[in-house]
Design a protein around this ligand. Structure first.
Ligand code: KIV
Length: 280
């Protein structure tokens, strides 16, 4: 595909049965590298709170945090569709606040779409945001902003009631006009069933290969976030250990005056130093 990836390409990819790829980023260099690698979409997720800011969950992430990181990612992404997460409580205080906050992610942050968590309970907010011309991505299953309701990181949709609820939420989101729905930690047979039932693309994380695309948290796949390793993720590289080794080598070289050498330094005419010695 040439040119920028848009929400229209999301829908077309599902029609063409082409898998959509999405990764998270929170800074300029990471966004630039994964964009150049060819990822379709970059999510500036509120996982920011855990994998970059060191919080235990996503609850304390603010609009200002999101804007700060979305701006950096947008500067690095030339082709991928940048989606910004609406943080906790930024779309639960009435439609006016929801549209205002979603709009800020586009007008100040520069992303092209927003993601929010929940189904029928936030459907009026979703409709209002879309009516304002802002593309919305849904997020169902395990929704991290509800961690205190779920009582921990747990797969969702294992009973007939919860499976029915996820399907009903997905249909409501589709009818409201979302361009994609993240399914997080939904049993893979349920995720496949929902993906078949919908025209809207599903993007899975921990929800199996039957989804129309996949999303993962980049610091997890490169081993930069080492506090824990989610079962649903896969480690493709070990930057964490590489960084630790690099830092150890640097410390050793500075301690033993191996670094810096003349190659890493700048020169000045000896005459200038001599002049200074005479003066001081
Ligand atoms: O915040 C995030 O990174 C997310 C993904 C896990 C889908 O919402």
């Amino acid at each position: 595909m040439n040119g920028k990836f848009t929400v229209a390409n999301f829908r077309q990819a599902k029609k063409d049965n082409r898998r959509i790829t999405m990764l998270t980023a929170y800074d300029y260099p990471t966004a630039k590298i994964i964009d150049e690698a060819g990822v379709d979409s970059i999510l500036v997720g509120d996982s920011l709170g855990m994998v970059v800011l060191g919080y235990e969950d996503t609850i304390r992430v603010t609009m200002e945090d999101m804007l700060h990181h979305i701006k950096a990612v947008v500067r690095g992404a030339k082709r991928a569709l940048v989606v910004g997460d609406l943080p906790f409580l930024s779309y639960h205080m009435g439609k006016y606040e929801s549209v205002k906050n979603a709009g800020r992610l586009l007008t100040e942050g520069g992303c092209k779409a927003v993601k929010l968590e929940g189904g029928i309970e936030v459907i009026e907010d979703v409709k209002a945001i879309i009516s304002a011309g802002i593309p919305v991505m849904g997020h169902l299953g395990y929704t991290p902003q509800s961690v205190n309701i779920f009582g921990g990181h747990k797969a969702q949709g294992k009973t007939i009631e919860t499976a029915r609820k996820i399907l009903a939420d997905a249909i409501a989101l589709q009818e409201a006009g979302v361009f994609g729905i993240v399914l997080e930690c939904v049993p893979y047979k349920l995720a496949s069933f929902i993906s078949e039932r919908l025209d809207t693309p599903t993007i899975g994380i921990g929800s199996g290969a039957g989804c129309n695309g996949q999303v993962l948290v980049t610091p997890d796949i490169v081993g930069l976030f080492r506090d824990f390793s989610p079962r649903h993720s896969k480690r493709y590289a070990d930057f964490g250990n590489m960084l630790e080794e690099a830092a150890k080598s640097y410390i050793l070289e500075v301690n033993h005056s191996v670094f810096p050498t003349e190659k890493n330094s700048f020169t000045v005419e000896d005459e200038i130093i001599e002049q200074l010695r005479r003066e001081f």
